[in-house]
Design a protein around this ligand. Structure first.
Ligand SMILES: C[S@@+](CC[C@H](N)C(=O)[O-])C[C@H]1O[C@@H](n2cnc3c(N)ncnc32)[C@H](O)[C@@H]1O
Length: 295
């Protein structure tokens, strides 16, 4: 067990940060965790932190900060599980062990969907499905971007849906939440949609050994892994698409960086006349597939 050595029970904020950053660096953890965790414990914003660098840290808060820091170093517990929140497109979402921690790549998926909806479905009544909603980030963001849309969010996990419910409520997004496997809840609602988006599980189990402990030990297994080289969820969803889409429709998937061609082919085979495009993320890796399906 690594322990943070400190001889000073009442350091200044600056000293606490330096000491924590060095501790994280020694244990090959991201140094930025020090600042984010201290902000959380002090209950202040970064701008306030910069003005308070010479103030001493309350010993009780400092002890709690150190305890979390040591747990992070020793177990790999993600910062977001210590603070119970993550930011997504400028909004704060509650997270726990029942949901995937929202990723920046998914922000790019949502922004891409918003743009396609504005360009292709302007003036149309929108019915949007988010399949495998997890913490509800995609469904909530799209409802807030298109307030008149009917948004349905599904997940196989009841516990994930509780998190999505709490987030959508806190953020004032009225969405319909349904439990069930992939498209089944959409069928049950007898509701066709003209927008379908999903960030499904897409990691091949064979890649587990190379994954960071912060991911494989803490994100829910059901949110990460899929059979068939990670393609099983795409295959199942795309197979059922013709029955749930009200054309013309926009479809968007987040994908693993090596899955672009496979998912594009699955969509193109199902809808030969569709425009299907693989897009890269900010790091230059294939990360999204978008389809515009008119017939
Ligand atoms: C990669 S996570 C994405 C969560 C969230 N949409 C996001 O982008 O952060 C995949 C989600 O799909 C859900 N899931 C896994 N298998 C499913 C299935 N068979 N049917 C519906 N949802 C499923 C998981 O519970 C998880 O919430």
């Amino acid at each position: 067990m690594s322990k943070l050595e400190n001889n000073n029970q009442t350091p200044t904020i600056m000293e606490a940060l330096k000491e924590a950053a060095a501790f994280l660096q020694t244990h090959q953890r991201e140094e930025r965790v020090a600042e984010l965790l201290l902000l959380y414990h002090l209950g202040i914003k970064k701008t306030e932190l910069l003005m308070k660098l010479r103030e001493t840290v309350d010993p009780v808060l400092y002890a709690a900060f150190q305890k979390d820091l040591e747990e992070h170093v020793n177990t790999g517990i993600p910062l977001q599980h210590l603070t119970g929140e993550e930011e997504f497109l400028g909004r704060r979402y509650y997270v726990n062990r029942d949901v995937l921690i929202p990723r920046p790549e998914t922000e790019e998926l949502v922004l891409g969907m918003e743009k396609m909806i504005q360009e292709r479905l302007a003036g149309k009544q929108l019915a949007i499905a988010d399949i495998g909603t997890g913490s509800g980030i995609i469904a909530t963001s799209l409802k807030l971007a298109f307030p008149a849309a009917h948004v349905i969010a599904t997940d196989i996990s009841e516990r994930a849906l509780l998190v999505a419910k709490s987030n959508s409520k806190t953020l004032g997004a009225s969405i319909t939440l349904k439990q069930g496997t992939y498209l089944v809840p959409i069928h049950q609602l007898d509701q066709k949609v003209n927008v379908l988006v999903s960030n499904p599980p897409y990691i091949d189990e064979a890649d587990k050994a190379q994954m960071a402990d912060t991911v494989k030990d803490f994100d829910p297994t059901i949110a990460l892994f899929a059979d068939d080289n990670g393609l099983a969820a795409y295959k199942e969803i795309i197979h059922g698409l013709p029955d749930v889409l009200n054309l013309p429709a926009v479809v968007g998937f987040e994908i693993g960086w090596q899955q672009g061609e496979a998912v594009q082919t699955l969509l193109q085979d199902k809808f030969p006349a569709a425009e299907v495009e693989v897009r890269k993320d900010i790091n230059g890796k294939d990360r999204m597939v978008f389809a515009w399906i008119e017939q």
